[in-house]
Design a protein around this ligand. Sequence first.
Ligand code: SF4
Ligand code: SF4
Length: 189
Amino acid sequence: MKIKISYKSLIQKFHPCTPDFIKNVCHGNCCLTDNGLKNCHIAIVPSDFRKLEKYNIKIKNGLLQTDKRCIFQDNDGLCKIHETNDYPTFSCRIPPLTLNKNNILIVENRWRNFKCFRVKEGKIPVYFSHRKSLEAIFGEEKTKFIINWLETKKTDLEIDIDDEIYQEMMKKTEILYQNLFNKNFIYKH
Ligand code: SF4
Ligand code: SF4
């Protein structure tokens, strides 16, 4: 499966997601309730569900049900399972990157509301600030190639993506799309 990586979207600058920044500046705002969904935005795809079912979480229409804040977030905004093997593969490791319905990898729009985008200092292109998200999708070696391409060629890149990862990403996009817009989601494949 081939997708396109949008240079224009991935050149946007963000502050890296460091524990200090989370604790003192953004407070993990991306894991809080927003968008009028009445729960956090975390779409639980099948591979996440297998990891998280032991926590007795509630899922409705594919979304993790929470009361304002994700149940895995501490009072400083840090994720309590971030460094564990239970860290959800797709729902939380891939943002702020997402695949749109035209199979283009972009930065999800909602991230432009958060402090990591809005602060003035310390920002770098998202392919550096959230390199781990790229690695979760493409692995380390391909990520190096992608970053080198974006840095030197400064154009979009067409690249192969693992079929299973593609399906999980599209499932996540579909869940969010249906919950936000109450519309079915049709993607090209
Ligand atoms: S993605 Fe941005 S808002 Fe979310 S925890 Fe990281 S720095 Fe904070
Ligand atoms: S599991 Fe962790 S990263 Fe994911 S929404 Fe909850 S606190 Fe945020």
